[in-house]
Design a protein around this ligand. Structure first.
Ligand SMILES: [Fe+2]
Length: 440
């Protein structure tokens, strides 16, 4: 094996946001990698080269992509050092083009064996831990910021992929995966609080200012599409207390002949929800996952529309006094009483199950139980600059073909929950864990 010399100087002296220590980063890294390993135990071994979503890479790609991204981003790009295996780092940077001939070849001729992928991962993990712990070699050529930004980028990248991996595995047939309890352990039914649910009525929100995005100085780390902070005025509007449920969607289908969402299946004449591991009679009170196009069609039928990104912020973080909160419920850290996020459930629960997570206006489930679709086309804020450690992260998607989603799904990690975090998808992509509500 080649000798590798890493430039860790700037990692030793990198300025991290207050309260963040190297121990925090290493703990976060280990926790992230451990959860990823749990996720890769979900598909049965025979499914390793399956492509549960036709336009995505097979499962094998993602097991290699996560460690390769760490090496490509932190070691090669930010620190300017050699990687471990150039061939794997190219293959796992982008994978294959699923429309090309590669896709129809024998998987073994394109992809390494699982043993080789896992061995690469083990080597990469050890290197990343050494770097995060600040082991040092003298060299001051690399600007300090890049190492710190890249460290956060790899940590959050891992968690974001855990969610997209789970969308993908959701789409595997039940007999190709091994059912298991939610990854966060046994906080179990905390989601399904037996509250008498308040009716789903429109809540009036007065005009006011909102802050979109964030400043790096206050946040420590943010993706490029969150920067810089913007103050935006929002007109008065009304927003539904609850997101749209399966029961609501059924009514819409019956009234208009609209189709069933991707996550539904008809069994012997009655509709069922295809959960992560279970097929169950449609839970009528649970939030419905739909595409942006479907959400818009429903809102039109109601004579309403989807909220803009700014309206979402006003409903989620605004208060009657004009102050903005860190979370809909206030400034306390996200925990399992505030919403369905952080891997405590696999699937959406009844809307309004988390009264302790309601916003200042009494709007429920704005963070958790599925991302919320907005009518805002994804683009950079004025002053956008691509980030040094991952320049194509956002800018590749500023094509007018993607819409902003806000909040969190059941399998969004708590560390990703912050007001400025933005997610985005195509309007017709059916696999994503996204719900919606209407405004007028
Ligand atoms: Fe990635």
């Amino acid at each position: 094996m080649r000798n590798r010399v890493y430039n860790l100087q700037e990692m030793k002296h990198a300025a991290f946001p207050s309260g963040v220590t190297r121990e925090t980063l290493i703990h976060w890294f280990r926790e992230g990698r451990a959860r990823t390993k749990e996720i890769f135990r979900i598909p049965v071994p025979a499914a390793y080269f399956d492509r549960p979503i036709a336009l995505r890479n097979p499962i094998v790609f993602y097991e290699g992509h996560l460690p390769a991204f760490c090496i490509n981003t932190l070691i090669k790009l930010a620190l300017g050092r050699e990687g471990i295996d150039e061939r794997l780092e190219v293959l796992f940077a982008r994978g294959i083009d699923p429309d090309s001939e590669d896709a129809v070849k024998d998987p073994g001729s394109v992809w390494p064996s699982r043993e080789a992928v896992q061995a690469y991962g083990t080597t990469a993990d050890a290197i990343i831990e050494r770097v995060l712990s600040g082991e040092t070699i003298e060299d001051e050529r690399v600007p300090q910021l890049r190492g710190a930004e890249a460290a956060f980028a790899i940590l959050e990248h891992e968690q974001m992929h855990q969610e997209t991996l789970l969308y993908m595995l959701h789409n595997l047939p039940f007999d190709r995966k091994v059912a298991r309890a939610p990854l966060a352990g046994a906080s179990g039914t905390s989601g399904a609080l037996p509250t008498p649910r308040e009716p789903n009525e429109p809540i009036a929100i007065p005009a006011g200012m909102v802050t979109l995005g964030a400043d790096r100085s206050t946040l420590g780390f943010a993706w490029d599409n969150e920067l810089p902070a913007q103050r935006v005025e929002v007109e008065a509007f009304s927003i539904d207390r609850h997101s749209v449920t399966n029961g609501d969607w059924l009514e819409f289908m019956r009234a208009t002949g609209a189709s069933a969402p991707h996550f539904w299946r008809e069994v012997e004449g009655s509709w069922h929800r295809v959960g992560m591991f279970t097929l169950e009679p449609l839970p009528l009170d649970a939030a419905v996952y739909v595409t942006h196009e479907e959400a818009e069609a429903y809102a039109r039928w109601k004579g309403k529309r989807l909220p803009t990104e700014a309206e979402y912020h006003r409903a989620a973080y605004g208060t009657p006094s004009g102050e903005e909160r860190l979370y809909p419920w206030g400034d306390a850290s996200p925990d399992e009483t505030r919403g369905n996020f952080g891997f405590t459930q696999w699937d959406p629960v009844p809307v309004g199950s988390y009264p302790a997570g309601a916003s200042a206006w009494g709007v429920h489930d704005l963070v958790g139980n599925g991302w919320e679709w907005t009518s805002t086309v994804f683009e950079g804020f004025p002053g956008f600059e691509p980030m040094a450690s991952y320049p194509v992260y956002s800018s590749d998607f500023f094509d007018g073909q993607h819409y902003v989603m806000k909040g969190a799904s059941p399998v969004t990690a708590r560390e990703l929950i912050r007001p400025s975090f933005r997610n985005w998808f195509r309007p017709n992509y059916p696999y994503v864990y996204a719900k919606f509500r209407c405004v007028a």
